[in-house]
Every structure is written in structure tokens, then in C-alpha cells.
Design a protein around this ligand. Structure first.
Ligand code: DX5
Ligand code: ZN
Length: 225
């Protein structure tokens, strides 16, 4: 699976009043990306564990839960227990990152760590072997529809190099401003999963949008160093 291009549409850009319908529309996706915001770590407020439970009850697509919250030490495990298949937390907010990873694993979820645009890849050095996923933010978190920060490409390549050096193979996810326009470059740099909010839900035909981003990303597989 890691040799293909995984796409995770973000329901931040979905029609929440018609969430079941908008989940059905992305049945061909690899994960559904659930953006959890607490109005504190980021200036926006979104989904509680009840929404993760509702997502799990209405789709077979695995849930990729991105916690943009100030207290992942307390809450990550609650999202894992609610059914998150993958739970990822920000290194900028975590006090005991290793403990969050272990607790998420014990609750049956895969665990990922997220780095903001201004957070260096070196912050992953002491923990990458324990992670199932590394998420590189390519916008400042909080809102959908922002412009991709070009320097993120270099960070993706640095994460891929660090993982290779350590002999591990985490999912390398990129979040923010991803689309068919930059998918090839991101995959070529070493990304394996692309989040797409507006690039999927902003389109009439969501399945076609997913297929288009995936096809563009596959072009990048042939250009990997
Ligand atoms: C931003 C969120 C993203 C967002 C991406 O804080 O973490 O997941 O939904 O939206 P697009 O793809 O529109 O940039
Ligand atoms: Zn996200």
C-alpha cells in the first residue's frame, strides 16, 4: 500500500448537514481525514469524539484523525477509543509524545506526529521509529482552502530521508493546499498520503477529483530519487 498514492479527503470542507452523503461520495479514498480543532491550539473549533463515532458508523473508509488541540496528552487516547484508525497529534502541543503514541497503540489506533510549517524535521529524530505516520503541515493549521507553502516540499524530502536512514517506513502525509497541481512533486519528494479538503469537496464529482489527484501523484512515483 505504501508504494501507491493514498488520498485522504478532509471533511472540514464537507457539508456537515449532509455528512453521510459526503462520506459516501469519497468511498474510493484511502482514509477520511477528520480535522479536530479546539479553538485554542488553532483559531477554529470543530469535531468531538462523537463525530468520529458517527464517521465510523457511516463509512468503511478508515478514519485519519488530525488533532489540532492543546491537550493531546489527555485527548488522543479518547479519539483512539472513539474508533480513530489513525490518530495524529502536534509535536508543538505534546508534553509526553512517546506516551501518547503508546496509549494510542494500546487503544488500537495507529499513531502519527504532526509538524507545523515552522517546526523542523529534527523534532522527529527521537521518535520516528515509533510512529506509523508523520504529517507535514503545508499550511498553518486552522482552516481549509489555504495556499500551499512551497518550502514544505523540502521538509517532506527530509522526513523521507530520515525514515530511510532509520530503516522505517511510516506513512508520510502532507496536509494543506494539496491538489492535482502539486501531487506529483509531493509524491516525488517522498510523500505517500495527501490530504485534500477543497481539492475534493470543492469539486462536483468527488470520486473524479480523488482519481485525478491520485493519477497526478502516481506521476511522481516515477520521479522518486
Ligand atoms: C488545515 C487542516 C486541513 C484542511 C486542508 O488546518 O488540517 O486538513 O482541511 O484543507 P485544504 O486541502 O483545502 O487545504
Ligand atoms: Zn488536517
Amino acid at each position: 500500500m505504501l508504494n501507491d498514492v493514498m488520498i485522504a479527503p478532509s471533511i472540514l470542507s464537507a457539508d456537515i448537514a449532509n455528512l453521510a452523503k459526503d462520506l459516501e461520495a469519497i468511498a474510493t479514498a484511502d482514509y477520511v481525514h477528520v480535522d479536530v480543532m479546539d479553538g485554542h491550539f488553532v483559531p477554529n473549533l470543530t469535531f468531538g469524539t462523537n463525530v468520529v463515532k458517527a464517521v465510523k458508523a457511516s463509512t468503511d473508509v478508515p478514519a485519519d484523525v488530525h488533532l489540532m488541540i492543546s491537550n493531546p496528552d489527555e485527548m488522543a487516547v479518547e479519539y483512539a477509543k472513539a474508533g480513530a484508525d489513525l490518530v495524529s497529534f502536534h509535536v508543538e502541543a505534546a508534553t509526553h509524545a512517546h506516551r501518547i503514541v503508546s496509549a494510542s497503540h494500546d487503544a488500537g489506533a495507529k499513531a502519527g506526529m504532526v509538524i507545523n510549517p515552522a517546526t523542523p524535521v529534527s523534532s522527529l529524530e527521537a521518535i520516528i521509529e515509533d510512529l506509523d505516520l508523520v504529517l507535514v503541515m503545508s499550511v498553518n493549521p486552522g482552516f481549509g482552502g489555504q495556499k500551499f507553502i512551497p518550502g514544505s516540499l523540502r521538509k517532506v524530502a527530509q522526513v523521507a530521508a530520515l525514515a530511510a536512514e532509520r530503516g522505517v517506513n511510516p506513512i508520510i502525509e502532507v496536509d494543506g493546499g494539496c491538489s492535482a497541481a502539486n501531487a506529483a512533486d509531493l509524491i516525488a519528494a517522498g510523500a505517500t498520503m495527501l490530504v485534500a479538503g477543497s481539492a475534493v469537496y470543492g469539486k462536483e464529482d468527488r470520486a473524479a477529483a480523488i482519481a485525478e489527484i491520485r493519477a497526478a501523484g502516481r506521476e511522481g512515483l516515477t520521479k522518486r530519487a
